[in-house]
Design a protein around this ligand. Structure first.
Ligand code: PLP
Length: 401
């Protein structure tokens, strides 16, 4: 051992690898409890795993590809940013939907949104780079930013609507800000940023970019873009703010989280788009993350136009929202994604979720989302379980009466 060297591994990675996420912990606890008290007596709202099957066209496309196409090519390496034909199909779909002029060369295929985000963050992480996000935020933004050369700055949302609080955001933007990361429809609040919120954000970022003397990019993390209820609308962010980089995933939109497929979009209008795209390619290379699954790329080429059947999520969301608010819980109306973010009776979501856990009701405290006074419920669960869980939710809030 070298003199003075205490350990063989990176302490930062060791810490990350040995702390389990609270969501995983709850999920595993649920499995253990099910073995003891019976599956029907555990109400697990912890994890965001899609509960509707992938559209049948997706499975058919897989069958067609593996039975009809050349096996060597199907399972071979692809170009690092993905097959050109796949990028063309997705660019066409985006342009038809949003009236944009995205070129295939603006798209970089990835194994889902997580590595897309890491590649973009790493590409933008100049010295002293700050990445600002809005709480509640996806838990993994912290390791994604802090382990890839940036500092994460968390700004609270307007806690009544979960839209952006602009005075709070403006205070945290400075010359070191490289990007603001937004996620709409949002995990964990289920809220969609309105067109007005996005226009105000664009105005603020344009002004602050001018003051900083460099673009402040907007990273739009969009795995839930297609999960929208009540005719809600998810604007395509690059049409509102030109310096936007989109990170998209088919994990939720086509119910394919285990297949790992998504993309990054850097439109031509974004400042220095060629350099940004090249740096993203470099970042992907640096983390050994290139050539996402060839088979799945080919599935996307055939299925990019499909939208999920969200009827079951909608019924779950409405049933839970109506029941919980009638019991006295307070919760922003979620018209996107598959989560509800509920104010914890008593004020501490950790304490509340411990009480819930004692009744085998598994809900995620909001601390890691940056909002310790709220808890998250995943609504991508079985309807039967929801019905069985309602008396438990009601009994719990009565304990605080
Ligand atoms: N961003 C958000 C907000 C998410 O909720 C998730 C997954 O739950 C991801 C990114 C990562 O998604 P993927 O499965 O595409 O890596």
């Amino acid at each position: 051992m070298l003199k003075g060297r205490m350990t063989m591994v990176s302490q930062k990675m060791l810490a990350l690898g040995t702390t389990r996420s609270c969501i995983r912990e709850l999920f595993e606890y649920g499995l253990q409890q099910a073995a003891i008290v019976g599956k029907e007596n555990v109400y697990d709202f912890s994890i965001g795993n899609p509960s509707v099957p992938a559209p049948k066209e997706v499975n058919q496309a897989i069958v067609d590809i593996v039975t009809q196409e050349d096996s060597v090519e199907i399972h071979g390496y692809t170009p690092a940013p993905g097959y050109m034909g796949v990028r063309e199909a997705v660019a066409t779909d985006l342009n038809q939907r949003y009236g944009t002029k995205i070129r295939p060369q603006n798209l970089y295929f990835t194994c889902g949104a997580a590595p897309a985000l890491v590649s973009v963050i790493r590409a933008l992480a100049v010295d002293d780079a700050e990445f600002v996000t809005i709480a509640p935020h996806f838990v993994e933004y912290r390791p994604f930013v802090e382990c890839n050369g940036g500092k994460l700055v968390v700004v609270p949302a307007d806690m009544d609507t979960f839209q952006i609080s602009f005075p709070a955001l403006e205070r945290r933007l400075n010359a070191h800000t490289q990007a603001v990361i937004i996620n709409s429809p949002n995990n964990p609040s289920g809220v969609i940023y309105t067109g007005e919120t996005l226009r105000q954000l664009a105005e603020l970022l344009t002004r602050k970019s001018r003051e900083a003397g460099h673009p402040i990019y907007l990273i739009a993390d969009e795995p839930y873009r297609e999960l929208v209820y009540e005719q809600g609308e998810v604007p395509f962010v690059p049409t509102i703010y030109k310096d936007t980089i989109v990170c998209y995933s088919y994990s939720k939109s086509l119910s394919l989280p285990g297949e790992r497929i998504g993309y990054i979009c850097v439109p031509d209008e974004a400042e220095d788009s060629d350099q940004v795209f090249a740096a993203i390619a470099g970042a992907a290379r640096a983390i050994g993350h290139v050539c996402p699954p060839s088979l799945l790329q080919q599935v996307v080429a055939r299925c990019a136009h499909l939208r999920p059947d969200i009827g079951a999520y909608d019924r779950n969301r409405t049933t839970l929202y109506e029941a919980l608010t009638s019991y006295g819980y307070s919760c922003a109306k979620a018209n996107g994604a598959f989560y509800l973010f509920v104010k914890a009776p008593g004020g501490s979501s950790k304490a509340f979720s411990e009480r819930a856990k004692a009744k085998n009701l598994l809900i995620v405290p909001g601390d890691d989302f940056g909002c310790p006074e709220f808890f998250r419920i995943s609504t991508c669960v079985s309807y039967d379980m929801i019905l069985r869980s309602l008396p438990v939710f009601e009994a719990l809030i009565q304990e605080y009466a």
